[in-house]
Write a protein that binds this ligand. Structure first.
Ligand code: PGA
Length: 255
């Protein structure tokens, strides 16, 4: 049985005061729910605050992106060891907002995936098609190309390390992100199954163990049905992760 995972993606939201309230409510709400894993990916300036509040709890924290370089003249960038210095255990990679708004590519996702695992961060690789691609029937082609771009760069040693770190895939159809339009449980299941098959071609043990989470307008009303699908191992939650009651409710459904 794969243990379910819920990752909150705060994106560029919050301030010290609101974070304190949100995290305190999440900690209290999940204290007795120990059968799933929970993570919040907060903006970098608040990682210190996340560490202060979340250490010694059952909630982990992570970054929303990371640079592939270890150090150097990369103004505005954050290196993998900077995230681990602040206690991060997870990092989101290749989120569609990074791809679409900041022109990040499969190549950067691959380099960052490699850098993340070298730094012992569990990568959460986001993949998913746009509405136009969806309507053109290209979902599998796009998802496969995004996965392959990363998987192909990993040698056997790196792949084994990624497995050891419990790498995560997040299927996030772009048309479902922040739109209130969730993929149907059947659609999510079909794509998650496709992702698992694709990993199986490389390594069947990895395919059986890897967690594939769904993202795109997940809320406390649709999470139950989505999480009930055999290949949906949890959720990547944006908007609803900023509301403690909602986020806790979603996490409890995964428990
Ligand atoms: P959403 O965002 O839940 O607000 O749709 C999900 C995401 O972008 O990770």
């Amino acid at each position: 049985m794969r243990r379910k995972l819920v990752v909150g993606n705060w994106k560029m939201h919050g301030n010290i005061k609101s974070n304190q309230l949100l995290l305190t409510d999440i900690i209290n709400g999940l204290r007795d729910y120990k059968n799933a894993d929970y993570v919040v990916c907060v903006p970098n300036p608040y990682l210190f605050q996340a560490r202060e509040l979340l250490q010694h709890t059952n909630i982990a924290w992570g970054g929303q992106n990371v640079n592939q370089h270890e150090q150097g003249a990369f103004t505005g960038a954050v290196a993998p060891h900077m995230l681990t210095d602040l206690g991060c255990t997870y990092v989101l990679l290749g989120h569609s907002e990074r791809r679409n708004l900041f022109h990040e590519t499969n190549l950067t996702a691959a380099a960052r995936f490699d850098a993340a695992i070298k730094a012992n961060l569990t990568p959460v690789l986001c993949v998913g098609e746009t509405l136009a691609e969806h309507e053109a029937g290209l979902t599998e082609v796009i998802v496969a190309s995004q996965m392959d771009a990363v998987m192909a760069t990993l040698g056997d040693k790196e792949f084994a390390k990624a497995m050891q770190l419990n790498m995560v895939f997040a299927y996030e159809p772009v048309w479902a992100i922040g739109t209130g339009k969730t993929a149907s449980p059947a659609h999510a299941q079909a794509v998650h199954e496709f992702i698992r098959h694709r990993i199986d071609r490389r390594n069947s043990d990895a395919a059986a163990h890897v967690r594939i989470i769904y993202g795109g307008s997940v809320n406390s009303k649709n999470a139950k049905e989505l999480f009930a699908m055999p290949d949906v191992d949890g959720g990547l939650v944006g908007g609803a992760s900023l509301n403690a009651e909602e986020f806790v409710a979603i996490c409890r459904l995964a428990n």
